[in-house]
Write a protein that binds this ligand. Structure first.
Ligand code: SAH
Length: 365
């Protein structure tokens, strides 16, 4: 759907459905987020107070600094390999990478000859990142996905709020079994409908036997495939991957769906105005961890972001910054509270790491 067209993305999705039949929720999400002409990420700059949502690196420089020091420590623990690559998935405005690279200056050898790769699908955001990082001193290149150019040397990979944007498929429990939820078009409007026939799905049956009618099961095949690929790279070449996202560890408990649309800091309708709102779903860390173990890595976490950052010493870092700039004390205190407070981001957000099985336990876990 990349041909230039004056039709809205909604009209083009409706036309696609008319021509090819109902599409999965995952396909819908992919089009709404990434369609070259109308997709949310492909065409806009969604972050910050004026945008649709705020993320941890945009709240405080301390977040990226902690993650940068995490990479340096893991690199240190593995004997400081000279060849190495630092990768960020979905770098947004480039804020976190700027903070990571600045914090990593404590270990100049880590930065020496470092290949920095930003994995970013949006041409708009690639430009924003290039501008933000132009004085970082690092040699940075971009790719649009996690490809073979990334996986041939020790890999230090960071991803904050990336996996929540991966497309999910949804299955709904009915009296005839688990049926996939699909997107259909009626008179040009998009609606949800259930596939008439149930999906034979052993994994659902096993883990969700007690689900009531109407219970929803989400899978994210793109997320688990990516987690496995990252884990395989880390397990065979060394390094470590650190994913931070909002999500759940064991089964959700309630058999609910988590796919949501957010625009202008407010929830909206998932199917209304595709391309205008951010779509995301809670990350199933249990599934991602299983996929990474299947890829050969040792998996740490999920651990609550608050505990993780506290262990890494974010409070000490805040005190240090307060000393050098007492006027900023209030702001720093509020930022730490927002990042680690259990009723703020501290509990909902989780950290998970993949390391080679032979490597030492990483900091923060
Ligand atoms: N990590 C940043 C931005 C999070 S938003 C932060 O914490 O502020 C998600 C980011 O991932 C955006 O930069 C978006 O364009 C990018 N992205 C989403 N899906 C992607 C995909 N499938 N491939 C590459 N980049 C993607």
């Amino acid at each position: 759907m990349n041909a230039p067209s004056s039709d809205s993305l909604q009209q083009r999705i409706a036309a696609l459905i008319a021509a090819q039949g109902p599409i999965s929720v995952a396909q819908y999400m992919t089009l709404a987020l990434h369609d070259a002409a109308g997709g949310y990420y492909a065409t806009r700059q969604p972050f910050g107070a004026a945008g649709d949502f705020t993320t941890a690196p945009e709240i405080s420089q301390m977040f990226g600094e902690m993650l940068g020091l995490w990479c340096v420590q893991v690199w240190h623990d593995q004997g400081q390999p000279r060849q190495k690559r630092l990768v960020e998935l979905g770098p947004g405005r480039g804020t976190m990478m700027a903070d990571v690279l600045r914090a990593a200056k404590v270990a100049p050898e880590f930065l020496l000859g470092l290949d920095v790769v930003l994995v970013e699908s949006s041409p708009v955001l690639q430009k924003v990142q290039a501008e933000k990082l132009k004085d970082s001193g690092a040699a940075i290149r971009w790719t649009t996905h996690f490809d073979d150019s990334i996986t041939d040397r020790p890999l230090f990979l960071l991803a904050n709020e990336f996996f929540d944007a991966m497309p999910v498929r949804q299955y709904v429990k009915t009296e005839r079994g688990w049926c996939e939820r699909l997107v259909v078009a009626k008179n040009g409007e998009l609606e949800f409908a259930l596939a008439p026939m149930p999906t034979p799905h052993a994994a659902i049956a096993a883990t969700r036997a007690a689900a009531p009618d109407g219970g929803v099961y989400e899978t994210a095949p793109a997320s688990t495939a990516l987690a496995e690929a990252i884990a395989r790279a880390v397990a065979s070449n060394g390094g470590g991957a650190l994913l931070v996202d909002y999500g759940y560890g064991e089964n959700l408990g309630a058999y609910g769906e988590t796919l949501q649309a957010v625009g202008g800091h407010r929830f909206s309708d998932v199917l209304a105005d595709p391309g205008e709102n951010d779509l995301s779903a809670h990350v199933d860390f249990a599934a991602i961890g299983d996929a990474a173990r299947h890829g050969g890595a040792a998996v740490y976490g999920p651990r609550a972001q608050g505990e993780f950052l506290a262990d890494l010493g974010i409070t000490g870092r805040a005190e240090q910054l307060m000393k050098s700039n007492p006027a900023s004390a209030q702001t720093l205190f509020a930022a730490v509270e927002r990042l680690i407070g259990p009723d703020q981001m501290g509990n909902l957000f989780k950290a998970m790491a993949f390391l080679p099985p032979s490597a030492a336990k990483p900091p923060g876990f």
